[in-house]
Structure formats: C-alpha cells, structure tokens
Design a protein around this ligand. Structure first.
Ligand code: GTP
Ligand code: MG
Length: 170
C-alpha cells in the first residue's frame, strides 16, 4: 500500500483558547466543555486523505500556560506546520498569538505553514469586526487565517486539509 506522508504539526497559543479542543475535535470528532489544562504537551495523531494521498499528522498540543513557554521550541523546531490559536472573545489571547507568530517567523523552519485560528467563533454572532486586525496581520505575514469552533466543529477539519494541501504541493 501507499505510505502516508508525515507532517509534524504544533498547536500554540494562550492557555484556555482551545488548542486541546481543536485537536480533540479533529482527531476524535468530540468536544468536552470541561477539558483540563494541558501539562507540558500532549501528542495525538490522525491520518487524512488529501487529494487521494494519505497524510499522517503528528500533532503536538502544547501547554499554553506561561511557565511552559520555554518548552515550545522543542515542539516547533523542524516542524513544517503550526496552528496558532486565539480566542475571538479575548483580545489578550490575540496579542499573545501575534507574539507566537513572530517567534515562529524568527526561529522556526522558513518554509513553515502557519495557520492563525480565531477559535470559539460560536460565541460571537458576527466576527467580522473582531477579526479584522487578525485578517490583516495574517495577510501581511502570509499566514492562513481561519475562524474555528472546536465546539461546533466549524472549519476545524478545513485547517488541517489546507495545511495538507499546501505541504503536498511543496
Ligand atoms: P491549555 O491546555 O491550558 O493551554 O488550554 P487549551 O488552549 O488547550 O484550551 P482547552 O482546549 O482546554 O479549552 C479551554 C476551554 O474552552 C474548555 O472549557 C473548552 O471546553 C472551551 N472551548 C474550547 N474551544 C471552544 C470553542 O470553540 N467554543 C466554545 N464555546 N468553547 C470552547
Ligand atoms: Mg490544552
């Protein structure tokens, strides 16, 4: 059979923005209202089909609490993909996300595919104004921008499919 292409992917962002929830939604199709904060990092894996080619994601779901920040390079170094998550209801988490993006642009693989995900989109009726800055920031830095909801599943599978498509073409 055909061997799956492997993609190491790191999830980064402030504590509570929904990194683990996005991973759980993507990998198992589940959502947990009372998920626990991540300690260190968690590893999950899922294989999808991208235009007929199997792609295996090795997902490192990092801990967002500040005390774990210094561990992050171990997970993003050499990784071809990152999903930087913020909470659309929390402007501080957006600022934190922009700092993560800048760190990746300086320290990570130059070819890295970076998604900026505004999560918890289910909590606001109209995200257009909320995410205007984020769209602009994403454009300027050549990021893929997505509004997601780990709760409803909105655009969660999409971001992984988009990453798979971009990397398959590299
Ligand atoms: P750390 O592990 O501490 O870095 O946090 P995290 O980014 O992994 O956040 P986590 O996935 O644990 O989610 C934090 C809380 O937000 C949980 O209570 C989730 O149920 C909730 N949550 C996550 N995603 C969503 C979403 O899309 N919509 C809503 N309404 N709640 C969400
Ligand atoms: Mg977590």
């Amino acid at each position: 059979g055909s061997k799956a292409k492997q993609i190491k992917l790191v999830l980064l962002g402030d504590s509570g923005v929904g990194k683990s929830s996005i991973a759980l939604r993507f990998v198992r199709g589940e959502f947990n209202e009372n998920g626990e904060t991540t300690i260190g990092a968690a590893y999950l894996t899922k294989t999808i089909n991208c235009q007929g080619c199997p792609i295996k994601f090795d997902i490192w779901d990092t801990a967002g609490q500040e005390r774990y920040h210094s561990l992050a390079p171990m997970y993003y170094r050499g990784a071809p993909a990152a999903v930087v998550v913020y909470d659309v209801t929390n402007v501080n988490s957006y600022h934190k996300a922009t700092r993560w993006v800048k760190e990746l642009l300086q320290q990570a693989n130059a070819m890295m595919v970076i998604v900026l995900a505004g999560n918890k989109a289910d909590m606001v009726s109209d995200t257009r104004s909320t995410n205007e800055d984020a769209r602009k920031f994403a454009n300027e830095n050549k990021l893929i921008f997505a509004e997601t909801s780990a709760k409803t599943g909105m655009h969660v599978d999409d971001i992984f499919a988009q990453i798979g498509n971009v990397i398959a073409r590299q």
